[in-house]
Design a protein around this ligand. Structure first.
Ligand code: HEC
Length: 123
């Protein structure tokens, strides 16, 4: 009887724990409610984020050591190998970007994620 009680307790704790993880994951995956990701395009949304946060170090004229990101083709390499999203979301195993600066806001990260997950179209 005691064993059954503890098994049930353990089971409900595991379920609560898993449900908690699920919620955290949703928070990370869903953009903030005031963030419009319905029409994300390379030429508008993505370039705007890069201009404000990345070109300072990542374009041919000013490159500080990382990859150039100042054309669609160059950015597509980093989008395809996972580094664009990994670096801006500060995922473990990636160099956090912008280097030495503040992490992008949740809406900018969500915008990049939506574009990468759509197959990073040149639009
Ligand atoms: C202050 C300069 C600076 C800024 C701003 C900056 N980066 Fe970087 N970034 C670097 C440097 C330097 C490296 C190379 C670091 C190294 O190889 O150790 C790098 C590397 C990278 C890499 C390659 C990582 C790898 O593992 O090969 C990516 C992708 C990247 N940055 C994306 C970005 C993005 C996207 C932004 C804007 C959100 C950004 N960076 C902003 C300096 C910067």
């Amino acid at each position: 009887m005691k064993t059954l009680f503890f098994s049930l307790l353990l089971l409900s704790l595991s379920i609560a724990f898993l449900a908690g993880c699920q919620n955290n994951k949703d928070e990370l995956l869903n953009p903030p409610s005031d963030c419009d990701t319905t029409d994300v395009r390379y030429s508008t949304s993505i370039v705007r984020i890069l201009q404000a946060n990345c070109y300072l170090c990542h374009r041919a004229a000013t490159n500080t050591g990382g990859p150039n990101l100042d054309s669609y083709a160059l950015l597509a390499v980093q989008a395809g190998n996972g580094k664009l999203l990994g670096t801006v979301s500060h995922a473990s195993g990636f160099l956090p970007m912008p280097q030495g600066g503040t992490k992008l806001n949740d809406c900018d990260i969500a915008t990049i994620r939506v574009w990468v997950e759509a197959g990073f179209p040149n639009n």
